[in-house]
Design a protein around this ligand. Structure first.
Ligand SMILES: *Cc1c(COP(=O)(O)O)cnc(C)c1O
Length: 393
């Protein structure tokens, strides 16, 4: 039995999430726990709602964090909006579209799949063909930023298409929120969920969600009871809804909500547009270094996510051994490929607090050193200089 405390080492988290948490956020978590109905805590909850509305760029009243990770936000959207017999068009171009399909089916709906290759964005033409072929579709669901492949799909265009055909949209923004341009109201997104551990510099464990008026009407006029008690938004609103009368629903993860509040205060201070630009800027520097080394990006430039870089493993290199050395010798975590891409690619995250000049240079230097020592077919000793040249230009 363990009798001593657990002291984790200080890693540099440059994988698909969780990403490095700001020390300010970690300190916020250590503040005294309040009762979850304490008036001062309730005041802070209202601030979290307002700050989340800013991060999502929405006026939606029904905007709040679900007390569980991103997967629970996903489940909340499908549980509340899908009724038995409903048709949902699900776009899949990586891991997370597959989970949306699971959700639709578990809530009694029929999933119509629009498949695109891993590494490609969702094809709007295929989506339009599916909408035409299934005029009784209720919802179009897609992933804005596919973390498994580093691909951004055109959320604005896909939402417009869905509305043309009388459908609602459910958007997965777990990796896009505060890392890439995202405008819930301007783009007309009906239901959206995210996670705190990707681009928000926050700890894992919460899932911000937002529902627009069309989605709220659908929830209010359901014929069947929502199958999940915990994720029933009408019950959650009894606790998170406005006003002074709050009813106990579940014990809020009080200290984790301090963390989210702190992270969102930091997003507001930086400015959302500046946060998006920072992710793009450091992605460009990382790209300059990797390309100088001779490492290629898999995703076409227009669809690349700055916060998740999918790159090819050089010929003859054991990708898992390289990741293990980066972790053990440099304390850097990067991600492996999934599915059909396993063994062939790495995923380098530049998310939130981890997205900075120091990490770009350290990661390039470490990767260069490990690959060079393995005599991998790369250009040795040039990556850091190329990134520095980008920063100095
Ligand atoms: C990480 C992630 C999720 C799941 O979030 P968890 O917090 O791990 O439950 C869902 N969708 C995407 C696109 C993600 O990157």
């Amino acid at each position: 039995m363990a009798t001593s405390p657990f002291y984790p080492p200080q890693r540099i988290l440059m994988g698909p999430g969780p990403s490095d948490v700001s020390p300010r956020v970690l300190q916020a978590m250590a503040r005294p726990t309040l009762g979850h109905l304490d008036p001062l805590f309730v005041e802070m909850m209202d601030e979290v709602k307002g700050l989340l509305q800013y991060a999502f760029q929405t006026q939606n009243e029904l905007t709040m964090p679900i007390s569980a990770p991103g997967s629970a936000g996903m489940e909340a959207c499908f549980a509340n909006l899908v009724e038995p017999g409903d048709k949902v068009i699900v776009c899949q171009n990586g891991v997370f579209g597959g989970r949306m399909k699971e959700n639709v089916e578990r809530f009694g709906g029929t999933a119509i799949m629009v498949m695109d290759d891993w590494g490609k964005p969702v094809d709007p033409e295929k989506v339009e063909a599916a909408l035409k072929a299934h005029p009784d579709t209720k919802i179009l669901a897609f992933v804005h930023a596919e973390t498994s492949t580093g691909v951004r799909s055109d959320a604005k265009l896909l939402t417009e298409l869905a509305h043309q055909y009388g459908c609602l949209v459910i958007v997965d923004a777990v990796t896009s929120l505060t890392g890439s341009e995202l405008r819930v109201d301007a783009w007309g997104i009906d239901a959206i969920y995210s996670g705190t551990q990707k681009c928000m510099s926050c700890v894992p464990g919460l899932s911000p969600v937002s529902f627009g008026s069309r989605a709220v009407d659908v929830i209010k006029t359901r014929k069947t009871k929502i199958q999940s008690w915990f994720l029933d938004m009408s019950l959650i609103m009894g606790y998170w809804g406005g006003g002074t009368k709050r009813a106990y629903h579940h014990t809020a993860p009080v200290n984790t909500l301090y963390a989210l509040h702190e992270a969102l205060v930091m997003v507001q201070a930086e400015g959302l547009e500046n946060a998006w630009a920072r992710h793009q800027h450091h992605h460009q520097a990382l790209k300059a270094g990797l390309e100088a080394m001779g490492i290629r990006f898999v995703v076409e430039e227009a669809a690349r996510l700055p916060q998740l870089n999918l790159i090819t493993v050089p010929e003859g290199v054991d990708e898992a051994a390289v990741r293990a050395r980066l972790l053990n010798e440099y304390s850097i975590e990067i991600g492996a490929g999934l599915g059909a891409l396993a063994g062939k690619v790495w995923r380098i995250g530049l998310m939130g607090h981890a997205c900075n000049t120091k990490n770009v240079l350290i990661c390039l230097g470490a990767l260069d050193a490990v690959l060079s020592s393995l005599q991998a077919p790369i250009e040795s000793g040039v990556a850091v200089g190329a990134a520095q040249a980008f920063y100095q230009a």
